[in-house]
Write a protein that binds this ligand. Sequence first.
Ligand code: GLA
Length: 388
Amino acid sequence: MKEKLLLEFEQVFDNTNDVHIFFAPGRVNLIGEHTDYNGGHVFPCALTIGTYAVARKNNSNELRFFSMNFRELGIITVALEQLVYDKANDFANYPAGVIKALKDHGYEVKEGMDILYYGNIPNGSGLSSSASLEVLTAYLVRELFGFSYSFLDMAKYSKEAENQFVGVNCGIMDQFACAMGKAGNAMFLDTNTLEFEYAPIHLNGMKIVIANTNKKRGLGDSKYNQRRAECERALTLLQTKLPIASLGELTEAQFESVKDVIEDEEIRKRAKHAVYENQRTIRAVKALKENNIGLFGHLMNESHISLRDDYEVTGEELDTLVLAAWEQNGVIGARMTGAGFGGCTVNIVENEKVKEFIENVEGIYKEKIGYAASFYIVEVGDGPKTIL
Ligand code: GLA
């Protein structure tokens, strides 16, 4: 990998003088979906796949970005005094946005950089290719310029870049998971307080298998921001009955006792998902700690049903993959992961059944949807690191 990246950097930027190589992971969320902007809990883990960068300072006032995933775009140049969103800059808006957020927090990058990126997470698949790119940029800037912000700060600044520069109203889960990942562990995060704990994933005799619908989508053009607004509307109505600051503060029983204040059935369903999914996540982590993987899997399945019926963010492709998974032997749990509308499912499958699982689900999906899904057996990895 190192050699391949260096060779490519040399072809794009002439030589490899003074370069360093950095990596930041992608993530998969095991349970706790669409709870992170509702003050609820999430339970993601970082992956060993992610994004690499070869980078150096370039003694100019220009940032020069190149991505091996979007070669056709060539080098995208952004002047340090011109850190504003520009549609034509495509993926480079993510790193430019991070560099702008860092500046706003007192970490001004005063010299340009040459940066080559390469990601081995499928783009737009719901495994956080964009958060990985953002956190990687925050990390490499810290290393190249000797700044001292923490990994948690990297997550916060990256989220800010996505919210304010790119314009996607996401929560903190993805950037947090990419920045704070720890091999062998998932992170149980309270998005209200940012308190969190690492929970070891002992999947004895099981694997995490990710299935990609290969349906293209981006958060910007999805209904993501709309769902967020619906939850905010629900909260405002519930606040006329209870002194709460977020949906994540409610138990199921509390919600049931006041839900009629939300007259619009659709909005009520959105709020129900946010409340129930948060409680489900708390229960799932408890089950995992007690080694009750069966219950954990069952709660994953329930999470999918809630995302399908109440939150309505699944769609035919994700539902086909999950329904097919539920029919297979050796499947502990299966659900969509990430924002939804496309992207991936996460499945916990017994080792000896993985091959059969992939063959069968692949067949059912192709038959029904008309094109192929992709499958990845993933490992739980660490946060950002320096490779060279
Ligand atoms: C996307 C967002 C996250 C989170 C998930 C849904 O991945 O970036 O903040 O809201 O969707 O759980």
